[in-house]
Design a binder for this molecule. Sequence first.
Ligand code: NAD
Length: 502
Amino acid sequence: MNDSQAVPRVKLLIDGEFVESTTEQWRDIVNPATQQVLARVPFATADEIEAAVSSAKRAFQTWRKTPIGARSRIFLKYQQLIREHMKELAAILTAEQGKTLADAEGDVFRGLEVVEHAAGIGNLQLGELANNVASGVDTYTLLQPIGVCAGITPFNFPAMIPLWMFPMAIATGNTFVLKPSEQDPMVTMRLAELALEAGIPAGVLNVVHGGADVVNAICDHPHIKAVSFVGSTHVGTHVYNRASAAGKRVQCMMGAKNHAIVLPDAHKEQTLNNLAGAAFGAAGQRCMALSVVVLVGQAQEWIGDLVAKARTLKVNAGVEAGTDVGPLVSCAALDRVSSLIERGQQEGATLELDGRNPSVAGYESGNFIGPTIFSGVTTEMSIYREEIFGPVLCVMHAATLDDAIALINANSNGNGTAIFTRSGAAARHFQEEIDVGQVGINVPIPVPVPMFSFTGSRGSKLGDLGPYGKQVVQFYTQTKTVTQRWFDENDVGTSVNTTITL
Ligand code: NAD
């Protein structure tokens, strides 16, 4: 830990105030391209977590009754503020996370789309009504907010993923406690400042920082009603089990191993461009990165062209113009990815392109690793079984489309997949038979826009409902069914023994 007072300290947001933590435990936030310490983030104390949850609980009493239009206007203002601060937000994000400025703007923009959607929540938070379910009786539903909700987010999309969560929870009438990634919380905090500037009242949004202890306190807290988690499978499974055991509604979006199938009739240049972008863009640190490509039949002859395409990508700091691949988020991530590459070699895969130790002038201490491609990969190898979360692509072969589909369906993950082909019949067969939640047809990273929901499946997700979109309105509300009957003064009434038969 660096004790220098010159390094800014990230604040907590409790009850509408940005406050400095009283904790003794701090962690450095480090620029992955330069190793410069940008700020220090606190690991909040138990009292601070309690204060955040209490504030959210108090604020809920007023916020849940705030009219839909008033809530909506805050999010209209919020989307405007995010747009006005786009460059500033992207610069903070690139400095602490490493991705290119263009990618950082994309990260903010995909979150902004959810904010825009939150502004129209009144169109989705509608109940149903059945008229005359019995004589003079109507039944209708209310979708009411559930209370204090919490979000736990990963390092790889520090703008988009917090924005998947708190805008939808708050727009539907809940209050929120957010726990951002401790690796890159600065852009998230700037977004929280803008949310308050847009008019989110004190206590409606709170932010606490920390690691496992803070997450566990959120899972256990009796006043938190729902937890949304995005991160690794290991931690997500723990959060799901712990928070469910404490009686909460929980949704966990977790790790992945996303396969692309390439049929020999695919548009070659487009496919190679898409594969390179989806495998190596954001340095492979996307949960929807394509990390395995299955070349079917004659398409296996494309491997040389794929390697040539990957070689054209420029590895450099995210702030430099023309960069395609920025650094990994931390030295630990660099060590992990490097050792997995070594294991790939030891286990017998062919290293077609080795991106280790690239020379990046002016950024010699950055966590860089260039595009790396293995061929001859089998399902037993560590590089196939583990989510590498770096710019490493595993190439496999299949004789037929059905063999490729069987390979993907046998993998435990179900986040995303894509097929590249000119055949509508093959694409439709793939769409029908593949057991993965998000499917791209000539689209490499098929993340749904906010009028849909994120729909990872199988080992990549726990919980029924996805974040953002229509599904999350169900997640953040409790359906109350009201059956009503009214008497007018001419009504002769029913005998006390009469029951209504529905
Ligand atoms: P992570 O699981 O290490 O961290 C996620 C959150 O959990 C962080 O806020 C962290 O502080 C907390 N955490 C870490 N260790 C913990 C522990 N032992 N106990 C309790 N909480 C703990 O994930 P990450 O490395 O920040 O993010 C990368 C992972 O997230 C990848 O696996 C990626 O696939 C996944 N991801 C999934 C999606 C999706 O939608 N499916 C989206 C983005 C990222």
